[in-house]
Design a protein around this ligand. Structure first.
Ligand code: SF4
Length: 240
């Protein structure tokens, strides 16, 4: 799909429902379509809808080795319930190996490099061979995602990137989850609107947006997967 076709399709799908967008994606890309999810609420709705459209669609999830036990339990639960074709994508290094090479708690000193090692590179490698991927990005999550397109060219992988829920709100997602009685991460009920690796996730501040608990003591707002270009990494005095 070339860029002009992507722009045209993005315009056409602006007012389509997520189900319609997902159906179009499957018709268009067939087995070359993957879903990437960290099992946040929008991802769970995506998986539920895809059960009716194409239940064998490959699901990619980043197992950074630093997930909350509650997240691991939720992934196991949904994998069984939906019989997911799930690929747990692991970084080349375990957290212990990373600590040996980069020192303890790299996420505190150089979170961009930590995300690069544990998320960006593994996802890039996992997407090789696909033509398109689905993500749960929404425009209401925080200001940096306000311009999220439904269909775009992913600057990182070169693949077509599809955000079927870009114009849904958190309220719409939660209404869907409750009305279909879907499981979700219990940490959401403890004040965590967005849940990533345990070292970089806190409960959200009372006046914060839905991502305010992520990297809460850093200027960082994205792990890098959804940025249009690679972030410039701070040097580390160890091997890569
Ligand atoms: S979210 Fe934190 S712990 Fe996880 S990969 Fe990024 S910096 Fe490392």
């Amino acid at each position: 799909m070339h860029n002009q076709q992507i722009e045209t399709k993005n315009d056409e799908l602006e007012n389509a429902s997520p189900y319609e967008v997902l159906s179009w994606a499957r018709r268009t890309f067939g087995e070359k379509l993957a879903i990437a999810t960290s099992f946040q609420p929008t991802g769970i709705v995506t998986l539920h809808m895809m059960q009716r459209i194409a239940p064998k669609t490959p699901i990619l999830t980043l197992d950074t080795g630093l997930l909350f036990p509650e997240t691991q339990d939720l992934i196991d639960q949904l994998e069984l319930r939906f019989n997911l074709h799930l690929r747990r994508i692991k970084p080349r290094q375990t957290p212990k190996q990373q600590a040996r090479d980069y020192g303890d708690r790299l996420w505190e000193r150089n979170p961009d490099r930590c995300c690069h090692i544990r998320k960006t590179i593994p996802l890039r490698d996992a997407l090789a061979g696909f033509e398109a991927w689905i993500t749960g990005l929404r425009r209401d999550q925080f200001a940096g995602r306000a311009d999220t397109a439904i269909v775009s060219r992913d600057g990182r992988s070169g693949l077509v990137k599809i955000a079927p829920f870009a114009n849904w709100t958190a309220e719409m997602v939660w209404r869907y989850i409750h009305s279909h009685d879907l499981p979700y991460n219990p940490l959401h009920d403890q004040g965590y609107p967005s849940i990533g690796c345990w070292p970089c996730t806190r409960a959200a501040s009372a006046d914060g947006d839905s991502r305010s608990g992520r990297w809460s003591n850093q200027s960082k707002t994205e792990c890098g997967i959804h940025l249009p270009a690679p972030v410039e990494l701070k040097p580390e005095s160890i091997r890569v």
